[in-house]
Design a binder for this molecule. Structure first.
Ligand code: SF4
Ligand code: SF4
Length: 234
């Protein structure tokens, strides 16, 4: 979808609600490290891979926040932030801004507030999130099989057909399995479950995907109970 900032698709959302979310982003303690003002020089756009493929601009993000333009912020919050690939190439900004960092904060606010756009953007990633959070490790190349991801298009088959080649492009060697990328110790997985519980990550999952939350909560509660922890996710 082309991003047309002149068309405000969210005109019916009360200004106070948009402002509340804007302030939530600004009040994050990391915000002042991510935005110092914007020259509008466009260096971040030149460095940004997503800007080459989408109607997307890290400059617009930094500029909108610097100008405190609440209406445009709300449009970007819904229609733009999920196009960022979080590579942080934009951190070469001469003003020392981090548009990618601002986008991280905006994504967190979108998820915490259960925005429909966040739910939609994360819809296709439920199995990935489940795999990462239940095993404590990332997806390995072997997991990219067409029967596991029929909705991910023809690229998944391309990857699985050329797995040896893709492996050469990855610096660390992962396990050759569809179960887990690396071995994770019992101590680490328990620590991760507790971190996700106590830092509110599980609450964020609940906001965007209640079904996924329930499955993960079952897995984590059972495992934590085995280790002697009395933790309930609710
Ligand atoms: S965020 Fe930085 S690099 Fe991007 S336009 Fe503003 S000053 Fe230039
Ligand atoms: S972090 Fe996002 S905005 Fe920054 S360069 Fe990467 S894709 Fe572009």
């Amino acid at each position: 979808m082309a991003l047309d900032l002149s068309l405000n698709r969210y005109a019916d959302v009360p200004y106070e609600e948009k402002e509340r979310l804007f302030n939530e982003v600004k009040q994050d303690m990391r915000y002042e490290e991510y935005l110092y003002g914007c020259y509008e020089c466009g260096i971040c756009v030149a460095a940004c891979p997503s800007a080459r493929f989408y109607d997307f601009s890290p400059r617009k993000i930094a500029q909108t926040m610097a100008r405190e333009d609440v209406e445009t912020f709300y449009i970007l919050l819904n229609d733009s932030i999920w196009d960022c690939s979080q590579c942080f190439s934009c951190d070469r900004c001469p003003r020392q801004n981090s548009p990618g960092g601002i986008i991280t904060l905006m994504r967190e606010v979108a998820v915490k507030n259960g925005l429909a756009s966040a739910q939609q953007a994360l819809e296709g990633y439920g199995r990935i999130v489940y795999k990462i959070m239940s095993t404590g490790t990332q997806v390995s190349p072997d997991m990219l099989q067409p029967n596991a991801f029929p909705d991910w298009g023809p690229h998944v088959k391309e990857i699985s057909d050329n797995l040896d080649l893709w492996r050469k492009a990855l610096p660390p060697e992962t396990l050759h399995t569809t179960e887990t990328g690396w071995q994770v110790s019992d101590k680490t997985i328990i620590e991760l479950y507790l971190i996700w519980h106590y830092t509110g990550v599980m609450d964020m999952i609940k906001e965007v995907d209640e079904g996924l939350f329930m499955i993960l909560a079952d897995v984590m509660e059972e495992r934590l109970e085995e280790e002697g922890y009395d933790v309930t996710f609710d």
